[in-house]
Design a protein around this ligand. Structure first.
Ligand code: MLT
Length: 411
């Protein structure tokens, strides 16, 4: 009989968001007339911007005519899309990339999981706690860890707690690690990294021949000046960092699927023999073997994000979500709840009132306010006592959710 991958059995629970979905379904099945407001998973609610939709439609129309039909595209994405991204998203930051360093994909969740294919299992990995669960769970799945302890920490991973006590800023490891996951602006805490913070990571990575896996999925939500949007704004990062970006939250592509991964040509690791080898070549090999590229109409739609019209429309939508974030943050703060994030990120990270556990607060919020959020402990042990609200809801729902929470907990 075929053996299963036993590593999957080490996972403590189901993936966080389906588990929340299951609890919410249980509640709505039992209370069908109740209007539940969902501020849990960071899923966008506004439709695609008109300029993006037009490009998407045009892409589909191209597929209807022999002369403009597209079959398999390059596994790495069309050069015209990579070049637009380089020109519009990276050059203004002073970052120059080659199209051969940009890999278009069906989203950064997949990329941040699939990237493990090109790293040896013996690498020591450092992960923030709390964290986007994909980084942790995929390391368990590939067999890099031992079992989890009672708290939920897996043997073999270097965890970096991020709590109010350290301002949600992970400490530089006091041991040698080989791969470091960083996500800024941060999911779930909404914290940002300054240039100095990132420089410390780049210095550490270069001194220790480590690779930073930098998830910049929320960079478009930065509102404050001088917060880096890309790790490559830091000198030396091209030699030590891979960056993930996503159209999901930036342009409403959660259901469309498009993202990108940057793997600079200077970035090398070592072979078993101690020879240097290019991660760019390995990722290219991985993608050309395991991936057939993003559909042509989706790439046309993604390119339109960076047209003058598209970008103006996308910015309006981002501003709308960040206004939601302000409403949540200020409303809850006025109700006496301590809130973090929500200024440069579409997530508000709050301390659960009355010292409740994250899941107790989840249940209370669902049962008594009919509002869904995400329990902080679902992102890792150091998330216990915290809770995340997403700003991606529609305005009326956000205002109503804040009102319900204020009525329940306001003094
Ligand atoms: C989240 O809610 O953390 C995100 O929507 C999950 C994701 O991007 O996969």
């Amino acid at each position: 009989m075929a053996r299963i991958n036993d590593s999957y059995l080490k996972l403590k629970a189901g993936y966080l968001f389906p588990e929340i979905g299951r609890r919410v379904k249980e509640f709505t099945d039992a209370n069908p007339a109740t209007q539940v407001i969902r501020l849990g998973i960071g899923d966008v609610t506004l439709p695609l911007a008109p300029a993006i939709l037009k490009a998407f439609h045009d892409g589909v129309d191209d597929m209807s005519r022999g002369a403009t039909f597209h079959g398999y595209g390059p596994e790495q994405g069309y050069d015209w899309l990579s070049q637009i991204i380089i020109d519009k998203a990276y050059k203004p930051l002073g970052v120059d990339l080659k199209t051969s360093e940009v890999f278009i994909s069906d989203g950064s969740k997949c990329d941040s999981a699939n990237i493990l294919d090109i790293f040896d299992l013996g690498n020591k990995v450092a992960i923030c706690d709390p964290v986007y669960p994909v980084y942790n769970d995929t390391n368990v799945m590939v067999g890099r860890t031992g079992e989890a302890d009672d708290q939920g920490y897996y043997a073999g991973i270097h965890y970096m707690p991020c709590t109010g006590a350290n301002n949600f800023t992970p400490a530089i490891p006091d041991e040698k690690v080989d791969v470091i996951y960083l996500c800024y602006p941060n999911n779930p805490t909404g914290a940002v990294a300054t240039r100095d913070d990132l420089k410390k990571w780049v210095d550490y990575a270069r001194a220790n021949d480590a690779v930073i896996l930098f998830d910049a999925a929320y960079e478009a939500f930065i509102t404050e000046a001088d917060i880096p949007h890309s790790i490559y704004e830091i000198d030396g990062a091209r030699e030590c960092a891979i960056e993930f970006r996503s159209f999901s939250k930036t342009a409403g592509f959660t259901g469309v699927r498009c993202g990108l991964t940057v793997v600079p040509e200077e970035l090398t690791g070592t072979t078993a023999d101690g020879e240097k080898y290019s991660f760019n070549k390995l990722w290219n090999r991985r993608q050309t073997t395991k991936f057939n590229g993003v559909s042509y109409p989706v790439q046309k739609a993604a390119a339109a994000v960076y047209s003058e019209e598209g970008w103006a429309q996308v910015r309006e939508v981002i501003d709308y979500y960040m206004e939601n974030a302000r409403i949540i943050r200020e409303g809850l703060t006025a109700a006496g709840i301590t809130c973090f994030g929500g200024v440069n990120a579409p997530y508000i990270w709050l301390e659960t009132p009355e010292g409740m556990s994250s899941w107790d607060f989840f249940d209370k919020l669902l049962n008594e306010c009919h509002v869904v959020g995400t329990p902080g402990s679902g992102f890792g042990p150091s998330g216990e006592g915290y809770f995340r609200l997403s700003a991606f809801g529609d305005r009326q729902n956000v205002v109503e959710a804040v009102k319900r929470i204020e009525q329940k907990w306001g003094k």
